[in-house]
Design a protein around this ligand. Structure first.
Ligand SMILES: [Zn+2]
Length: 156
């Protein structure tokens, strides 16, 4: 019997912050993470519950640390462009996954509604793929921008 475990975690941490302008300090941020795991199958997994919590805690830490890294510098107001690009790239793959799901649903849904063999459902599927990917990624970037802007950075 498979059991599904879910866990969420919130951490608050202080992390060193450095900027290309020479400013150095530290920032405090709150991070949130959500984890899940599955037990069951052939072997009973007694660690499934703690795995979900470990997963959630790991993501919460990564969320808090990246919020500090991506925060605007209190001295010059700049954000670290290279770190932003790396962060967006790390979010791209999961967003593409949602985009593919949206594209498949759009194609199949339209085909079922119209029951016609032409290329129109594929066009709509491609459009929904791009729309969903952009929406998911855009939402995450906007959320990260807001959260990182709220990070309090103090000079050392
Ligand atoms: Zn700076």
């Amino acid at each position: 019997m498979a059991t599904h475990y879910e866990a969420s975690s919130t951490v608050e941490t202080t992390f060193p912050f450095e900027c290309a302008c020479g400013f150095s300090g530290e920032g405090s941020a709150v991070g949130e993470g959500y984890g899940q795991s599955q037990s069951g199958g052939l072997f009973e997994d007694h660690h499934a519950e703690s795995k979900a919590l470990d997963d959630a805690e790991g993501k919460a830490w990564a969320d808090a640390i990246s919020s500090v890294e991506l925060a605007p510098c209190p001295s010059c107001g700049q954000r670290d462009g290279a770190k932003w690009r790396a962060w967006i790239q790390s979010r791209l793959l999961p967003s593409l996954g949602w985009g593919i799901l949206g594209g498949v649903l759009g194609t199949v849904g339209l085909f079922l509604m119209r029951q016609e063999m032409d290329s129109y459902p594929l066009v709509v599927g491609a459009a929904s793929f791009m729309t969903v990917t952009a929406l998911v990624l855009g939402h995450q970037v906007a959320r990260k921008r807001t959260r990182s802007a709220g990070v309090i950075i103090t000079a050392r």
